[in-house]
Write a protein of this length. Structure first.
Length: 160
């Protein structure tokens, strides 16, 4: 076997490996993300919210709850934040905070439809989760900063 008959195939093999190396070394493509969550048009296990409220109204309501308390879905619904929305059992009552949320919804409905509606002169009274919670799980019971009330000016002396 001559040296040239050995060197030529080895050079050819080396060139093929060199040309193929970039395609072999490339990282695999990222996994395809799951499709966007499809909000249901009707609710299962609806006890306070209307079962037929529609997908957009449900989404908007859940966003109001989440921002009002500064939480994510898993605060009231079973499953951690790493569980995709499509895999959650939103109808489940296993998370006890869901019962608290229902009670709070009933309370705000009563405040809006009964207490505030009975006050003459109020136009469209509206209390929401944010009214008390201010983006925190525990409602604020007093202002964070002391409220400074200005001293009123002295009354004029009585006329004689």
């Amino acid at each position: 076997m001559s040296t040239s008959s050995f060197v030529r195939p080895m050079l050819l093999l080396g060139a093929m490996v060199w040309l193929a190396a970039p395609s072999i070394a490339q990282t695999p493509p990222a996994p395809t993300p799951p499709p966007p969550y499809q909000w249901p048009a009707t609710l299962r296990n609806a006890q306070v919210l209307p079962a037929d409220m529609g997908a957009q109204a449900l989404r908007g309501t859940m966003i109001v709850f989440a921002t009002g308390l500064g939480v994510r879905c898993s605060y009231c619904h079973v499953g951690g934040d790493d569980v995709p929305l499509a895999e959650r059992d939103f109808a489940s009552d296993a998370n006890p905070k869901k019962a608290i949320a229902r009670a709070m919804m009933r309370m705000t409905t009563a405040i809006n439809e009964e207490a505030l509606a009975a006050i003459p002169g109020l136009n469209q009274p509206r209390v929401t989760c944010y009214s008390c919670h201010r983006g925190a799980v525990t409602p604020l019971l007093r202002p964070e900063q002391p409220v400074v009330v200005p001293t009123p000016p002295p009354l004029p002396p009585p006329a004689h």
